[in-house]
Each structure stands twice: as structure tokens, then as C-alpha cells.
Design a protein around this ligand. Structure first.
Ligand code: GAR
Length: 210
């Protein structure tokens, strides 16, 4: 069976990209291979991580496009050109419209730094998610990997992992613990499950066979 082409979308530091690269190095991405990284920002450190690991890196700069529709169209064309089988949002901070989601149904996954349906949807990204969790006083937060649909953070959930909030946590401390204990583990695992054909979507939910 030919390997599945994994295209990773990034906007920032790229620690989730690094987790995927490390998993690939350990042979843990199943029948998949990271073939391209696409950044929405020119200064994304994730681009350096791709280059350091010999992975093709491209940019599609969000601020070069007037609106989400034109950016989404350009992204769809790029993903088709890259022959993407799986598209991974790894700290990708731009919402793409249904033009992209329709072209790749149940082929796009996102890692979100909270337990969906808590602290998710438009405006909930990066450190702000953890600020909100601490403001609410939740005792447990975590991360979710889910399929991307046109509605932000609302697609079928693939994997979730809970992480305890500790007394005196700052948003930065909570973010770090959730990345280390949850995101960097469940994102590569979900990619492996996808590439090995072990995720089925039925009635808006996933069924995982292992
Ligand atoms: C991660 O915590 C990721 O879950 C979050 O941004 C961070 C990116 O870190 N993504 C979102 O908030 C998307 N809604 P990274 O660039 O080091 O992987």
C-alpha cells in the first residue's frame, strides 16, 4: 500500500510538528509520511523545524490575502498540488472555509488545547484557552484531536486526554503541562490511527478500531 501523504499546517513554534517528526523517526506514524509543512506566517519557527529535518516547507501567508475565502481557495489548490491524504492542523491559527473542508472530507484533523466542548470555538486558541480555563476554575483540562469541519472545533472527536490543573497554575504552566502530557501524545497517535485506516466516522462520531 503506498504511504499516505501527511501535510502539516502550522503558524507558530511547531512543538506539535516536532512531536509528529519524532514519532515518524520512531516509526510510529503507521502508513503515513510527513511530505510537506505549510506555514501561514513567514516567521513561524515550525519552518525551521521542517528544514532541519529535511521536510519540504512552504508558506501561504494569511496576511497576503484579503479574506478567508481567497486564502482558503489558495490553500485548497496547494493541498491538491501536494497530493495530501491527511492534513494536520498543528497550531494552525487560521480558520479555513467549507471550500477546503469539502475538498478533504474527514481528511483534516486539528489538535485543540482543551477538552472539547469546553473552551473551544471561534476566538479560543493558544494561551487564551488556558487563561479561560483558569478563570473558570476547572480542576481538569486537557487536549482534543478532532476532524475539521466548516464549523470551528465542532467536527467528530478522535482522541482526548485529561490533564490536572494544579494550584497556582499560570496559563503558561498549564499550557506546557497539557502539551507535554496530552497534545504531543494524542496527535501522533491520531495520525497513526488515521494512516492505518482505523478511524471510521458514523453519525458525526468516530469509531476507533485497534
Ligand atoms: C498548541 O497548544 C495547540 O493546541 C494550539 O496552539 C498551540 C500551538 O503550539 N492550537 C490552538 O489553539 C488551535 N485552536 P505549537 O505551534 O508549538 O504546536
Amino acid at each position: 500500500m503506498p504511504k499516505k501523504n501527511i501535510v502539516v499546517l502550522v503558524s507558530g513554534g511547531g512543538t506539535n510538528l516536532q512531536a509528529l517528526i519524532d514519532a515518524q523517526g520512531r516509526g510510529e506514524l503507521g502508513n503515513g509520511e510527513i511530505t510537506c509543512v505549510i506555514a501561514s506566517k513567514a516567521d513561524a519557527y515550525a519552518l525551521t523545524r521542517a528544514a532541519d529535518n529535511g521536510i519540504k516547507a512552504r508558506t501561504l501567508i494569511r496576511k497576503d490575502y484579503g479574506d478567508i475565502a481567497s486564502y482558503s481557495k489558495a490553500m485548497r489548490d496547494l493541498l491538491i498540488e501536494e497530493k495530501a491524504d491527511l492534513i494536520v492542523y498543528a497550531g494552525f491559527m487560521t480558520i479555513l472555509d467549507e471550500n477546503v473542508c469539502d475538498a478533504f472530507p474527514n481528511q483534516m484533523i486539528n489538535v485543540h488545547p482543551a477538552l472539547i466542548p469546553s473552551f473551544c470555538g471561534k476566538g479560543f486558541y493558544g494561551l487564551h484557552v488556558h487563561e479561560c480555563a483558569l478563570q473558570k476554575g476547572v480542576k481538569v483540562s486537557g487536549a482534543t484531536v478532532h476532524f475539521v469541519t466548516a464549523e470551528c472545533d465542532a467536527g467528530p472527536i478522535i482522541l482526548q486526554k485529561a490533564v490536572e490543573v494544579q494550584e497556582g497554575d499560570t496559563p503558561e504552566a498549564l499550557q506546557k503541562r497539557i502539551m507535554e502530557q496530552a497534545e504531543w501524545k494524542i496527535l501522533p497517535k491520531a495520525v497513526q490511527l488515521f494512516c492505518d485506516g482505523k478511524i471510521e466516522v458514523k453519525d458525526g462520531k468516530t469509531i476507533i478500531s485497534e
